[in-house]
Design a protein around this ligand. Structure first.
Ligand SMILES: *[C@@H]1O[C@H](CO)[C@@H](O)[C@H](O)[C@H]1NC(C)=O
Length: 449
């Protein structure tokens, strides 16, 4: 009986995968599907990096496995960072560390043409050699930057095996920056020693993984709201019928993804277009509101386009001052007046939790086409700032905000957000995973094999 059920389920999953394939990826013919199904291939198709929320900063970090022998290095997740940087003046011990000479191919790959001189010390150590390449890294929280040495060493990451987490696979000559230690001293979660950049840049983490393993240029981010459980970043095509085995019990989550065009700024940052924010039935920002155009001239696109930066280095969504003012006003009009209490920083609008049991208005981002809607669940926009005080989780970015809207980590939590670089689009669940009875920590297997 159980065997029969398993068999039926198996057939069901296979037929679902097939039908899904034909719906979503017409470019892949059945021939290549058949070929991909062979379990003999040792090349990984999908890589997994577990990530965790830091309760005190609200930012997310991951343990990266590096060096020889392999050790775990905790790093901040920086969606728009250019490369991986880590402070390595202390406790860096690895038999495979190398610092390429300046003007070498590695340096041109990293797009650095600066020769580095280390005056800190007369003896060489990781991060301190002469005639290597200088690579500027920045702390995305404090905005400080520091020149380090371009380095290469082993990096290891989990592969997947069917629906399970698989063995680790290695990139033997992973390029990163050995940054000065002051860079990690402020703003980062405790013990975090650097940042892993996933921006659009030559040696960002995902680009090195894609080229080393020949993966489809796509990564997906699922951030857990709970610091006690892991979320993950998946590198590779989650819609590949082989890979969606890994998300086997959640094909509906994949199937329901809504896509919106992705724009990449000159600095390699990820933007989507937001035409308006809707609170219940009220449109806050009309399409051509001049406020919504990003303040930066580096933004690719016409000034009319509402560019929303997606970021993981702000815990909450940051609105430029004018958008913030209008939005909080409209939101307040849709909440009971008598429930409002004195605001708790960094928020501007707070409520007595007991007096808002009736719930909050719906908040939707209206994207490029007016039918592409990202509904923000109240768990993603309300924040318990203190005992008994719930605040609207948006922050006033002032008049010089980097972008009209910068969607922060809290906004992305408990949603599967797909950065499809091949097709220049971002996929997301227009409702949070909760509506599927799922969380980022149980969407896929994150337990060590
Ligand atoms: C690098 O060269 C400078 C002189 O240009 C010297 O003072 C320094 O000690 C050298 N550093 C190392 C690590 O050899």
């Amino acid at each position: 009986m159980a065997r029969n059920m398993a068999h039926i389920l198996h057939i069901l999953v296979i037929s679902l995968s097939y039908s899904f394939l034909f719906v979503s990826s017409s470019s892949q013919d059945s021939q290549s599907l058949y070929h991909n199904s062979q379990p003999t291939s040792s090349k990984p198709n999908l890589l997994v990096l577990p990530v965790q929320e830091d309760a005190s900063t609200g930012l997310h970090w991951a343990n990266i496995h590096k060096r020889t022998p392999l050790m775990q290095v905790p790093l901040l997740l920086d969606l728009n960072g250019k490369h991986l940087w880590v402070t390595c003046s202390q406790h860096y011990s690895s038999s495979t560390y190398q610092a390429p000479f300046c003007h070498s191919t590695q340096c041109s790959r990293a797009n650095t043409h600066q020769c580095f001189t280390c005056t800190d010390s007369t003896t060489t150590r990781p991060g301190c050699h002469n005639n290597t390449c200088g690579l500027l890294s920045s702390n995305p929280v404090t905005q400080e930057s520091g020149l380090g040495e371009l380095a290469q060493d082993v990096l290891a990451i989990h592969s997947t095996h069917g629906s399970k987490l698989g063995p680790m696979v290695k990139v033997p000559q992973f390029l990163f920056s050995c940054a000065p230690s002051f860079l990690a001293q402020k703003g980062l979660p405790n013990n975090v020693q650097g940042a892993l950049g996933l921006g659009q840049a030559p040696i960002s983490l995902q680009n090195q993984l894609f080229s080393h393993f020949g993966l489809k240029r796509q990564f997906s981010v699922c951030l857990s709201r709970y610091s006690t459980s892991n979320g993950a970043i998946l590198f590779g095509d989650i819609n590949d019928p082989n890979n969606n085995n890994y998300i086997h019990n959640s094909l509906d989550v994949l199937h329901d993804l809504v896509y919106t065009p992705l724009t990449i700024s000159k600095q390699g940052e990820y933007f989507i277009q937001v035409n308006a924010i809707r609170v219940n039935k009220h449109l806050v920002i009309p399409t051509k509101n001049p406020f919504i155009s990003p303040s930066s001239t580096s933004y690719h696109g016409s000034g009319e386009i509402g560019g929303a930066l997606i970021t993981t280095t702000h815990p909450y969504t940051v609105l430029s001052h004018s958008i913030f003012e209008v939005f909080t006003q409209v939101f307040a009009n849709n909440m009971p007046k008598q429930a409002q209490v004195k605001a708790v920083g960094p928020f501007g609008l707070c409520y007595d939790s007991r007096k808002i049991s009736g719930g909050a208005p719906s908040v939707d981002l209206i994207l490029d086409k007016n039918d592409a809607v990202w509904r923000i669940s109240s768990e993603n926009f309300m924040v318990q700032a203190q005992d008994g005080v719930s605040c609207l989780g948006f922050v006033d970015g002032g008049v010089h905000a980097r972008a009209g809207i910068a969607l922060g980590a809290h906004h992305l939590e408990e949603n599967l957000v797909v950065f499809d670089l091949e097709r220049s689009r971002v996929g997301f669940n227009s409702n949070s995973l909760k509506s599927y009875g799922k969380t980022c920590s149980n969407l896929f297997d994150l337990n060590n094999p």
